[in-house]
Design a protein around this ligand. Sequence first.
Ligand SMILES: NC(=O)c1ccc[n+]([C@@H]2O[C@H](COP(=O)([O-])OP(=O)(O)OC[C@H]3O[C@@H](n4cnc5c(N)ncnc54)[C@H](O)[C@@H]3O)[C@@H](O)[C@H]2O)c1
Length: 439
Amino acid sequence: MAAKDSVQIAPPDGKLGILIPGIGAVSTTFMAGVEAVKRGLGAPVGSLTQLSTIRLGKRTDGRTPLIKDFVPLSTLDELVFGGWDIFEDTAYEAAVNAKVLEHDLLEKVKEPLSKIRPMKAVFDHDYVRRINGPNIKQGKTKMDKAEMLMEDIEHFRKQNGCARMVMIWCASTEVFHRPDSVHQTVKDFECGLMKNDPEIAPSQIYAYAALKSGVPFANGAPNLTTDTPALLELARERNIPICGKDFKTGQTFMKTLIAPGLKARMLGLNGWFSTNILGNRDGEVLEDPGSFKSKEETKLSVLDQILQPSLYPQLYKDLYHAVRINYYPPRGDAKEGWDNIDIFGWLGYPMQIKINFLCRDSILAAPLVLDLVLFLDLAQRAGMKGIQEWLSFYFKAPMTAPGLYPEHDIFIQLMKLKNTLRWMRGEDLITHLGLEYYD
Ligand SMILES: NC(=O)c1ccc[n+]([C@@H]2O[C@H](COP(=O)([O-])OP(=O)(O)OC[C@H]3O[C@@H](n4cnc5c(N)ncnc54)[C@H](O)[C@@H]3O)[C@@H](O)[C@H]2O)c1
């Protein structure tokens, strides 16, 4: 199928401000990584925007530019970083504490990271229970706090001469909540902000402030945040792209690689037991049952959508799926995950697969942060608004239009992402039909 028109995309001129609630392991690994790449100290492994090519036209055409040469993206030199945290540590100090990157490397990027001092956070202990810090905004109402965040955003824009900005939530996972009456319309939400409605989470105050300031918003954690009619309405009203939620790294990334393969071959599944140990602050927050529930929901939803048990009851109806996360301080960020997968084949004969993934959470997440901020900014310049389903590739629980089930198969997600880029540039979409080669 040929795309009819290419989309008008404004050029990525000027500085792109990256605003990050949460100056912790993921965000400092991302910022330190960008600074390291800029200085030639490392390669941006794991990032599509920096490394991946995109095939255009027929396989025989030999046209495979780099994505970053095909669509107009900001360069790493144009990125400026800022953020909020409940702790006062600079990004350099937070990176040292996170113990993800080696001391030698951090020393080489100390200067830019030391300049990033977190602004005072909007924080509510009822939403993140295991941590406490001194760097918190005081205000009578949640609306007051939203306005303070908008002032922070404006101040950052002016101080850094930003042409555009993007906000990405890299703060702790909030306690599980479902949408409530206060989340139904923008009006309800604004009344709720003024009345300090307890159902409004800090992440939603940040998202509201971003959208009101014309700044696209991505959610890297499993919190509800923009998954509510009110904030969706605001994003569409203001023509702002949003996406989420929960970065797809580690064990869930593996799941969305393996499960589509088993299903493609019509192999059955009896059980999938996943367990993890991790010892960073994220692990500590996830010890709280409320925060764990948010994570569990996004992690569990994946298999159901990929396997479609209602269409294939004899293969997947009785699947037992469990996910455990155990806080184990000695491991720090070097998480270890185990998966035991009980499958069955021809005539129901059982088999097992074991996966032992010794990963590094923040090393897997950092390139996702980079791609998301660059692609969200591209979407904004291309006039795309509301949920950006083509960015599902990056998330455990992709946001979708109400009533639509999310696509979790990573290969379909990648095809969707690349076809969206082709569509933006007026190139033919790739269907993989391929019959024309045999005419
Ligand atoms: N690392 C991964 O692979 C991965 C994958 C998926 C999702 N995530 C999510 O990304 C988020 C960040 O992970 P991390 O390992 O960097 O965690 P982290 O604990 O190192 O960093 C989170 C930071 O957020 C701060 N914070 C908490 N509430 C805040 C608020 N209201 N405003 C501003 N700052 C606040 C904390 O003080 C902390 O410094 C977590 O929610 C995690 O679940 C991480």
